[in-house]
Design a binder for this molecule. Sequence first.
Ligand SMILES: [Zn+2]
Length: 221
Amino acid sequence: MFQRTPSQTVRPSAARLRALAVAAVAAGTGAATLLGAGVAAADEARVAPLAATSATTTAVAGQAKAQSKAAATARQAAAAKAASWVQPVARYTLSAGFGLGGSMWSHKHSGQDFAVPSGTPVSAAHGGTVVKAGPVGAGDGPAYGNAIVIRHANNTYSQYAHLSKINVRIGQSVATGERIALSGNTGNSSGPHLHFEIRTTPNYGSAVNPVAFLRTVGVRV
Ligand SMILES: [Zn+2]
């Protein structure tokens, strides 16, 4: 007379768990965690009855589904962030606006001023390539102090001026929201602030209203 041993009973279910772990790896979602869960469950299966192992299998499958959904959500959020624009500084008071005249400027004011303490982190408003970075407005004139210009898609450029510290170099790729500088009071500046322009070329003289532009890309300042 034959009697089935516990090890014979559980071997197939342990194999099923390993198959599930392999399937999770193939799916590419939460692979490391799922593989770990599968191996742990397989060890347990050597002593556990088949019913309990089935429950574990169901739990692991549920975990795989939840992790897959979370990964998809994270991918969507990352894609949305890459596509969008952000404010160049997080906390600020709007000061001089675009197009103002007066003694501060030899021409009308070419950007939007964000009043912030010196040393405030300045972010790239959008991903792109640094095309200007340096003192004397990076070539646009001493009034700007230390400045950066970033090239974006569709003949759009963003400019950041009066900086106390520049953290990027010409030719560098930057991501949306990446810190590129610290704000300051260099050049012809009435007090610590970030001067921010949106241009249609890399150079002075091609600025458009940056607040109106940001509104068209969903950013209100
Ligand atoms: Zn300004």
